[in-house]
Design a protein around this ligand. Sequence first.
Ligand SMILES: [Zn+2]
Length: 234
Amino acid sequence: MSYCVNCGVELDATAKNCPLCNTPVINPNEIKKEGAIPPFPKERAQVDEVQRADFGWLVSMVCLATAVTCGVLNWLAFNGSLWSLAVIGACIVLWVVLVPAVIYHKWSPYVYLLLDCAAIILYLYLIARMIGNYGWFEGLGVPLVICTWGVMELLTLASRKFLKGILARGLYGFTALALLCVGYEIIIDLFCENPIRLSWSAVVLTVCIIVDIAIITTLSRRRLRNEVRRRLHF
Ligand SMILES: [Zn+2]
């Protein structure tokens, strides 16, 4: 029986180095059993951490399996309508929203927004195809998605390039909300062939302008700004 000269741990007869501190084992009285199997494994057995790519694979496979099985089921069994297009479209949107953001997380957020916009338009197109009516898709669906996308890009641009912090975010958020509501009302008026007149969106716009003015005033007065910081702990 040998003991490590450095740390004192009891050594197995096969050990050439101390398993604890790696000090070479030299015991002239003990004959080494060449080729004997050591009583402990040489390699560290550790479970690898889950990578982003693994999560991406899982989502991809679940989306693909759902889309394909529903497509086949629609084709072979329940073929009264094109219902599977709705499921396939939802899978595409889910995939586009989750996977590029998870795996290619170095891309610019503007690219993700553009991809999300394209996926949602494709989804709406599939629904329009499913029900055989494209009027709402062209007149309402696509303009609403593009309007939302444009405002989201502006919101992203503002929060990356200009002022940061909770007050600035509130300012951008309320401005985006106002722009969205005005845009939606104009699009709906155009779709219904009504004269363009702001009614409900004008109410939202007014409230947002008041809130924005309050935020801008707070941001521009140092004492007010510091008081908000102090109360919100940031
Ligand atoms: Zn040792």
